[in-house]
Every structure is written in structure tokens, then in C-alpha cells.
Design a protein around this ligand. Structure first.
Ligand code: ASP
Length: 337
């Protein structure tokens, strides 16, 4: 195995160039990286190779098929590198970091997802520091999980969310401590890291249109949601309910919809609007209604992790009941019991 790190460049602000319509993805990142990682910095960093996605994207255009492509690039080169850095746009970085954690269960090397708020080609870019620290963390051999590094914070990938649209500390993991941080030194909180588990890599052909997300809100049109849920191809719903997992159970149209989903054997995963704390689905009668319908409690999962995990659950060679159990169980630190 080479001592090198593989950088997979998917697009995103870090490699973008200005155009008359605003920033757009741009190929040919290698010379810019070499130029930006100045000679003295460069000598302290690992050697790397860089490959690009077949079509670079603004990550607001991320689709499930891109997860398949990124996963295949990693899988094909897994044995050749000591660690991996995925350069990604910030808008959907936490979704991809989450999905990578479910694709590379039991990984024995770090996969560090990062990007920047200002392109490397522009003044005051935060991309140099983010990339340099991500490369350094990608060489830690006691780190065998998917992380998101950004603005001085090393976060568990499937616990991270974008929390600031224009700040350099754009990501946080409000419901789980940071795995590490960067100041003068790189610090890793070893006690928080995932233990090494057996390899269970899986890179399915993901498709769009299978998973629906529905945030509960006052005045939601229960009846009008029916065509969405019953659209061809929809197999699962991520419900974002209130507080400890309470839906508007007095909305009979909405509850009838959930009943029909249960009857139709569609998956329903319930998570909370809240950014911190745990769910207690059934602490209130409104939440008990969900238990009666077999809705799975997602406990303290982020929306990003919930969407990724449901997409993965649908591709596991399991029956629906086993898929439900898999969703209800922590598999790579994405949720509490
Ligand atoms: N729209 C950009 C993207 O997600 C934003 C960024 O990278 O910061 O690709």
C-alpha cells in the first residue's frame, strides 16, 4: 500500500471559478492545489493523487447516483491508499458524509470529507487550511471512520450538519461531541472514535425518488400530501416531528396517511426537528399513535443521516421487518440506542 492519500474531487466551492452567473464548478484542480499548498506547507503534508468525478457538480445538484459514483471510486482504490479525502460542496456535504459511513461500514482507514466556503482560486480562501488538515487526518491510522472536517472541527460524518451559510465554521454536530479539533496542533479525542468492526462495504446503484421527507408544521395540508406519498416509486418516508417525537395526531387525514403507509409496508422513520436531545416516541399520547403504527424512532439522528440510512436500508438484502430493525439500531455511531 502506498503512503499516499487519494483526493476525490466532486465539485463544490473549493474548486469553483467565477462566471457571469456566479460560481461554477471547474476542472483541473491539481495545478491550483499545488500552487496553494505552498512549498513549506506542502513538505509537511502527505503525497496525494487526485481524481475527479465524471461530471463535477455544485453539490446542490447532488443525487443518489452521485453517492454510487463516489463509492465506486473509493472501493476500486481502497487497498492502494492509506486514507481518503473527498472534496465536496458544503450544501450537501453532510448527506454524502452520512451515506459514505453507511457504504463503508467497518472501514479500516479514514475517509475525510471537506470543502470550503471561498474557492481556492479566490483571496482569503478557507480551502487551504481545510484541505491541509483533512490530508493530515487522512493519515491517522487509529481513525477508521467517515469524518467531516471543516473550519477547525473534525466531526463524525453522520452526525454533522451545515449550520452556517456563510461562516468559516459552517458545520457542527450538535448532538455529538467533535471527534477532534485543529489549532496549533491537530487533536483527536480517541475515546470518541468508533471501534474497528468487520468490513461490510456496500455500494448500491442508488436511485432518486424512493425517499420522501415530511416536516410536521402547524397547518400542514394532510389530504394534499397523499399523492406525494403514493407517487410511484416512493418506498419510505422520513417524518420530522416535534420535540421528543410528537406528530400532529389530531390531524386525521395525516394520521390516515401514515396508517395507509403502514398497511402498504412502506418504511416510516421518525426524527425530531430539535438539534439536540433524544426522542421518546410515546412519552405523549400523540407519539404513542406512531408506535401503534410501527413507525420507527430515529432517536437523535440528523435529517441528513436519516435520509442516507433509509436510502441504504432499501438496498439491503433484508425483508421490511429486518430493514426496520436495522434502521432502529446504531450501525456506525449515527444514533444512540
Ligand atoms: N453551492 C456550493 C456547493 O455546495 C456551496 C459550497 O460548496 O460551499 O457545491
Amino acid at each position: 500500500m502506498s503512503k499516499k492519500v487519494l483526493i476525490i474531487y466532486t465539485g463544490g466551492t473549493i474548486g469553483m471559478e467565477p462566471s457571469d452567473k456566479g460560481y461554477v464548478p471547474s476542472t483541473g484542480l491539481q495545478p491550483l492545489l499545488e500552487q496553494q499548498l505552498s512549498h513549506s506547507t506542502r513538505s509537511t503534508l502527505p503525497e496525494y493523487d487526485l481524481i475527479e468525478l465524471s461530471c463535477l457538480i455544485d453539490s446542490s445538484n447532488l443525487q443518489p447516483r452521485h453517492w454510487t459514483e463516489i463509492g465506486q471510486l473509493l472501493l476500486a482504490r481502497w487497498d492502494d491508499y492509506q486514507g481518503f479525502v473527498v472534496l465536496h460542496g458544503t450544501d450537501t456535504m453532510a448527506y454524502t458524509a452520512s451515506m459514505l459511513s453507511f457504504m463503508f461500514l467497518g472501514c479500516d482507514k479514514p475517509i475525510i470529507v471537506t470543502g470550503s466556503q471561498i474557492p481556492l482560486s479566490q483571496a482569503r480562501s478557507d480551502g487551504v487550511e481545510n484541505l491541509a488538515s483533512a490530508l493530515a487526518f487522512a493519515c491517522y491510522n487509529n481513525l477508521h471512520e467517515v469524518c467531516l472536517y471543516f473550519g477547525g472541527r473534525l466531526l463524525r460524518g453522520n452526525r454533522a450538519s451545515k449550520v452556517a451559510s456563510d461562516g468559516f465554521t459552517a458545520f457542527d454536530s450538535p448532538n455529538y461531541p467533535w471527534l477532534g479539533d485543529v489549532g496549533i496542533h491537530l487533536r483527536l479525542n480517541s475515546a470518541l472514535l468508533l471501534p474497528q468492526t468487520p468490513f461490510d462495504f456496500r455500494v448500491p446503484e442508488f436511485e432518486s425518488g424512493k425517499v420522501l421527507v415530511l416536516p410536521a408544521y402547524p397547518g400542514m395540508p394532510g389530504a394534499a400530501l397523499r399523492p406525494l406519498v403514493q407517487a410511484a416509486g416512493v418506498e419510505a418516508l422520513v417524518l420530522q416531528s416535534y420535540g421528543v417525537g410528537n406528530p400532529p395526531d389530531a390531524d386525521t387525514e395525516f394520521m390516515a396517511l401514515l396508517q395507509d403507509m403502514a398497511d402498504g409496508n412502506q418504511l416510516v422513520l421518525n426524527i425530531s426537528h430539535c438539534h439536540t436531545g433524544h426522542m421518546a416516541q410515546g412519552a405523549y399520547a400523540s407519539g404513542s399513535a406512531l408506535n401503534d403504527l410501527g413507525v420507527i424512532s430515529g432517536n437523535d439522528m440528523t435529517l441528513e443521516a436519516a435520509i442516507a440510512k433509509v436510502n441504504m436500508a432499501l438496498h439491503l438484502p433484508l425483508n421490511r421487518e429486518q430493514q426496520r430493525n436495522w434502521l432502529a439500531t446504531p450501525v456506525c455511531g449515527e444514533r444512540s440506542e
